[in-house]
Design a protein around this ligand. Structure first.
Ligand SMILES: Cc1cc2nc3c(=O)[nH]c(=O)nc-3n(C[C@H](O)[C@H](O)[C@H](O)COP(=O)(O)OP(=O)(O)OC[C@H]3O[C@@H](n4cnc5c(N)ncnc54)[C@H](O)[C@@H]3O)c2cc1C
Ligand SMILES: *[C@@H]1O[C@H](CO)[C@@H](O)[C@H](O)[C@H]1NC(C)=O
Ligand SMILES: *[C@@H]1O[C@H](CO)[C@@H](O)[C@H](O)[C@H]1NC(C)=O
Ligand SMILES: *[C@@H]1O[C@H](CO)[C@@H](O)[C@H](O)[C@H]1NC(C)=O
Length: 573
């Protein structure tokens, strides 16, 4: 892969001139040739009659769990993944927006709405999810950010003993091989973990201007995962040697030779088999090359299929809201609020600032309720970006058409603590049907008001001397659907937000962790599904209340901690 710049230019050219279908097949074709297959455990040829543990999903959490459970040589582990092998193209940060057009994405969309995603095709926002070994850690932007210590103290207060910041910090440290040389708080970081975390290998001049401007507003430079978490910082990224460090590279590749770890790709789990009377988990049904197999688990099945697919699988298996399952013609085994409590970090897309120079990249500023993510370049700099989000061609042309050749940056104000909750539901009782996703953005006016404040803060920073010195100004072409409002007024921004809510790709909470009395929880504080024996969920779906950071870091922590809980519960730790 020495010809990356050339490859990138070819892809750029092709994607401008080609139809989407052609682009997708080209990406798949290039991908097939550059697979990491040889670094992964081999696909198992024949299955054992029984495994101790079956893990569903070799995603961000699944690879961690497979690694940790197979540390015990007395256990046989089976890891099943619906997607394909990760490939070398996927490791190149510069290609990140292409991956969403490949078969490594489940390509989910939200249900059409009259209240949000108004600027998108058919009023639907795209919700990409990784369908690949490594899961969403292969598609993501590699930002590593844990959130505030209060987030985790709050998880504990919600009735989850063992999840306070003091309890989870050792697991954050256990994950990390942190390589930021200076300016960080050593007590908060690990250097022996599997996942490499560090600064980007290069830094642009714009990012220096932005950090300087933030300092000029009176903020401090901080290690946002350290002691003082509010301030400005360059991003911490899960990268190694300038390349993406995915969960599969970090956790799965190093253990490929363990004989007690069986692995299978392109293996789509249809449902978990649970005895309807004893409610004991028996195993899973999985489709491989068109044939359905029944595989048995002696001890436990662990769902690590992510925030959309884990609730889908539970419901297909008879664990979910009673009435909904009846409507879907699925026999009810356990009545639980599966799929509710869907929380996402929603941001405002398209807030663009023009600058005089074409220097760019990314930094973060944190507030208690809003994070401002500065992105060097804007929707116009990467011709695929607006298509990633599903922005209509008309809106794109009307608002950004005249600044395509201009230097710019974009700020994404992120709503860290949304009050609104959405839901994932089944369409029918087939594992092949995509689940229905209702993000229910802005059901609370407060969520809109907070984002409007975030927009104003971003404009404020743009007026600081360091950014004024490069001629920074807000791009003021209104969105056609918002022309009735005075540009820059609160009502204008509300309209803008409803048109361009960009997901930060953090759906969580759909198999909420909490005590049974809470009435809305799906798993207990040891991640066991309420009322069912031998079944856990360990992934982003158990997050009871979203963290004020990004979600990959807590998913690694949850997977490390969940693996230790399993070892404790089976008496090997
Ligand atoms: C485009 C994008 C950008 C992002 N950027 C960032 C970022 O910069 N920083 C950050 O912190 N977070 C980011 N995130 C979010 C973060 O990556 C996720 O929160 C996290 O990876 C979720 O981990 P998970 O283990 O819950 O699920 P996943 O990693 O999605 O893993 C689920 C796995 O289960 C498999 N699976 C699902 N159903 C089945 C089935 N029926 N049978 C077999 N296998 C199945 C899937 O194929 C997948 O491999 C981003 C996400 C995306 C998509
Ligand atoms: C941590 O990263 C450094 C630098 O890449 C590497 O030399 C070291 O071996 C890594 N440590 C572990 C435990 O992987
Ligand atoms: C940046 O600008 C310079 C001079 O205007 C130009 O040569 C260069 O190609 C530009 N780079 C990008 C990435 O647009
Ligand atoms: C903008 O910044 C100034 C200080 O530079 C501050 O006094 C003002 O409150 C800020 N406004 C907003 C909306 O953040």
């Amino acid at each position: 892969m020495k010809n990356i710049p050339i490859l990138y230019l070819i892809l750029q050219w092709l994607q401008i001139t080609m139809e989407q279908a052609l682009l997708e097949s080209l990406i798949s074709f290039l991908g097939e040739g550059t697979q990491h297959r040889m670094n992964e455990p081999d696909d198992v040829k024949s299955f054992l009659p029984k495994y101790d543990f079956i893990i569903v999903g070799a995603g961000t959490a699944g690879c961690v769990i497979a690694n940790r459970l197979s540390e015990n040589p007395d256990w046989n582990i089976l890891l099943l993944e619906a997607g394909i092998s990760e490939n070398y193209l996927m490791d190149l940060p510069v290609l990140v927006s292409y991956l969403q057009f490949s078969e490594a994405n489940w390509k989910y969309k939200t249900m059409p709405s009259e209240k949000y995603c108004l600027g998108m095709d058919n009023h639907q926002c795209n919700w990409p999810r990784g369908k690949v070994v490594g899961g969403s850690s292969v598609l993501n932007y590699m930002i590593y950010s844990r959130g505030n210590y209060r987030d985790y103290d709050n998880w504990e207060k919600m009735g989850n003993p063992g999840w306070s910041y003091k309890d989870v910090l050792p697991y954050f440290k256990k994950t990390e091989n942190f390589s930021i040389p200076t300016d960080y708080d050593q007590d908060y970081h690990g250097s022996e973990g599997y996942l490499s975390v560090g600064y980007a290998p290069y830094r642009t001049k714009l990012s220096e201007h932005i950090v300087k401007a933030a300092l000029e507003t009176g903020m401090n430079y901080v290690d946002y995962d350290g002691k003082t978490q509010v301030g400005v910082s360059y991003l911490h990224l899960s990268m190694k040697d300038g390349l993406r460090h995915s969960s599969s590279m970090a956790y799965l590749h190093p253990v490929k030779r363990r004989n007690n770890l069986h692995f299978r790709k392109r293996a789509m789990v249809k449902r978990v088999i649970i005895h309807p009377v004893s409610k004991q988990t028996v195993g899973v049904e999985v489709v491989l090359g068109g044939t359905t197999y029944t595989l048995r688990a002696k001890k436990e099945v662990i769902l690590a299929a992510g925030s959309i697919n884990s609730p889908q699988l539970l419901m297909l298996s008879g664990v979910g809201p009673k009435n909904h399952l009846k409507q879907m013609d699925i026999p009810v085994i356990q009545n639980l609020k599966v799929g509710y409590n869907l929380i996402d970090h929603v941001t405002v897309g398209g807030l663009t600032f023009l600058i005089n120079e074409n220097i760019s990249l990314v930094v973060v500023r944190l507030y208690p309720n809003v994070e401002l993510l500065f992105q060097g370049g804007s929707l116009t700099s990467d011709p695929l970006l607006h298509r990633n989000y599903g922005v209509t061609r008309e809106n794109y042309k009307a608002v950004y058409g005249d600044i395509e050749d201009r230097h710019s940056y974009m700020v994404l104000p992120i709503l860290l603590h949304p009050r609104s909750r959405g839901r994932v539901a089944l369409k029918d009782n087939s594992y092949k049907s995509k689940p229905l996703i209702y993000p229910n953005y802005f059901a609370h006016q407060e969520d809109l008001d907070t984002l409007i404040q975030g927009i104003k803060q971003a404009i404020n920073i743009s007026q600081q001397p360091a950014l004024q010195s490069i001629g920074t100004r807000l791009h003021k072409t209104p969105i056609p659907g918002c022309r009735d409002f005075e540009f820059g007024s609160d009502r204008y921004w509300e309209c803008h937000i409803r048109h361009f809510p960009f997901t930060l790709f953090h759906p969580s909470g759909t198999c909420k962790m909490g005590p049974k009395v809470d009435g809305k929880s799906v798993v207990d504080s040891r991640l066991r599904v309420h009322g069912v024996t031998g079944l856990r969920v360990i992934d982003a779906s158990i997050i009871p209340q979203i963290n004020s950071g990004h979600t990959a870091a807590p998913v690694y922590m949850i997977a490390e901690k969940g693996s230790d809980m399993i070892k404790e519960d089976w008496g090997v730790l």
